[in-house]
Design a protein. Structure first.
Length: 180
């Protein structure tokens, strides 16, 4: 006979076997064990006696024949009212968000477009100042010497784009705070 401390795996399987909850492989292994284990056979007898006593002590339960129909009607009524309320709430949230988006979009356009135009104007003004000071001509001359004479227009465009991007990066956070 096995010691009870070595027997916990089989003890746990006993109730699962009684409840028909074991898969085929586990069921076959447990039934093979049950055939040769006196401790499990004793526990099986005790469990079966307990089950019979509980069945005898508890009165049989019976539901009203209309129980299912009433339950499903209540579930349907709750579900429909909850769905209708959720749908109404979602539609209201959607309308509020659409209105907020429209307000923010108009405000953003009202600030960003003039900001972009202002940034371009500032970039051209700075480029004019750099041209009059000779800095741009020196940069373009050096670049043209290294890249070839046909790249003068591209160099001027590149310098203007870099200056415009720098202004845009400086102005963008300020415009974003205004748009909020």
């Amino acid at each position: 006979m096995q010691r009870p401390s070595d027997h916990s795996k089989w003890h746990d399987s006993l109730q699962d076997w009684l409840d028909d909850e074991l898969n085929d492989a586990d069921r076959a292994a447990f039934e093979a064990h049950l055939g040769r284990c006196e401790l499990c056979q004793q526990q099986l007898g005790e469990f079966q006696e307990l089950d019979a006593a509980l069945t005898e002590a508890a009165p049989p339960m019976a539901l009203d024949p209309a129980f299912d129909q009433q339950l499903f009607a209540r579930i349907d009524a709750i579900d429909e009212s909850q769905r209708a309320e959720a749908r109404r709430r979602l539609e209201q949230e959607w309308q509020e968000q659409a209105q907020a988006l429209a307000r923010n979009w108009r405000r953003t356009l009202a600030l960003v477009i003039p900001g972009i135009i202002g940034g371009i104007v500032l970039a051209f003004a700075l480029m004019s100042w750099l041209d009059s000071s000779g800095i741009t001509n020196n940069l373009v001359a050096q670049g043209a010497a290294e890249l070839g004479g046909s790249s003068i227009d591209y160099l001027r465009l590149g310098i203007t784009a870099v200056v415009g991007a720098a202004f845009g990066m400086l102005v963008a956070p300020w415009l974003a705070r205004l748009a909020e």
